[in-house]
Design a protein around this ligand. Structure first.
Ligand SMILES: Nc1ccn([C@@H]2O[C@H](COP(=O)(O)O)[C@@H](O)[C@H]2O)c(=O)n1
Ligand code: MG
Length: 285
């Protein structure tokens, strides 16, 4: 891994947003974040960390044949997901195809709900360094944290529960598993969420944003260009600061990230920058 870098295209704009957010304070803020590779680490000791899907894919609950099939899917579709030269419209059907095929394989494996906690415990999943301060500070200041994830909600919740940070101010929107009466996976609930349709999820859940309608300031955290639409349903948005983790293929994607995110964190495995911003907004430093 290279040295972590912080890029800001328009420093004045960032300073203006931060000043406004500090003036109104924590009661006017909500944090909207992606999960995989944003709140979790991309790599540790040079080895890729798993996404929610990968936690299951690599687990003892999946047969060797299916593991190979899931790995093939990842090899085919992940490069498409992160290819910044391909238009999103072209990627949409392919993302639906990836998620649908992967979920179909997972359902075939008759995964038991009661084994999910063990699988997470045995995985290499890691939240980013500084996650305790991030989650605990938001909870202490009653700032809602909305997590929009195209991962698997049941796994995501287990990761943050086991890390001791699934506080009451955290609300998760994700793909949740549907189990039958005997606790065996039989499908996924609701509309499929993939990386490029999070705005649909955001709008479908606009009733939730309504509950937060006095919170006009948003701190958005993501690692994909698809994450930029997560705040689309927020009513009367006044200030939004978008922080993007650029983890992979950094040279090719730097320019597109700099044009869309206010702050770009390149090869940074920590929550240091979001934490510093939170402390600033809450007047804690
Ligand atoms: N079968 C799949 C499908 C997707 N992924 C990865 O999951 C991530 C999505 O979750 P977010 O919390 O980031 O929305 C995304 O990075 C995909 O590459 C996967 O690993 N397996
Ligand atoms: Mg992500």
């Amino acid at each position: 891994m290279g040295t972590p870098s912080v890029y800001i295209k328009d420093r004045q704009k960032v300073e203006k947003i931060l000043t406004a957010m500090r003036q109104t304070g924590p009661s006017a803020v909500q944090v909207i974040s992606d999960f995989d590779m944003t709140l979790t680490r991309f790599a540790y000791n040079g080895k890729r960390c798993p996404t929610c899907h990968n936690i299951l894919d690599n687990s003892k609950l999946i047969s060797e044949d299916c593991k190979a099939e899931l790995a093939d899917l990842l090899k085919t579709y992940y490069p498409i997901e992160i290819d910044s030269t391909r238009p999103v419209e072209e990627k949409l059907p392919l993302m639906v195809e990836w998620w649908t095929k992967a979920h179909h394989i997972l359902v075939q494996q008759r995964i038991r709900k009661d084994l999910l906690a063990v699988v997470v415990q045995e995985s290499d999943a890691m939240l980013r360094d500084g996650y305790q301060l991030f989650f605990n500070h938001l909870q202490e200041h009653d700032v809602p944290l909305l997590i929009f994830s195209a991962g698997i909600g049941d796994i995501l919740e287990e990761v943050i529960r086991q890390a001791g940070v699934f506080h009451p101010n955290v609300k998760v929107f994700s793909n949740y598993m549907e189990f039958n009466d005997t606790g065996v996976l039989q499908g996924f609930k609701g509309e499929l969420i993939h990386v490029y349709n999070k705005h649909e999820g955001a709008l479908l859940n606009s009733s939730h944003f309504q509950e937060l309608k006095q919170r006009h300031n948003v701190l958005l955290l993501g690692d994909s260009l698809g994450d930029l639409s997560m705040a689309d349903g927020v009513p009367d948005l006044e200030n939004i600061l978008k922080i993007g983790y650029l983890n992979d293929k950094v040279e090719e994607r730097r320019e597109s990230y700099l044009s869309s995110y206010d702050i770009v964190l390149e090869k940074d495995e920590t929550m240091d920058v979001p934490n510093a911003i939170l402390l600033h907004i809450t007047g804690s430093k």
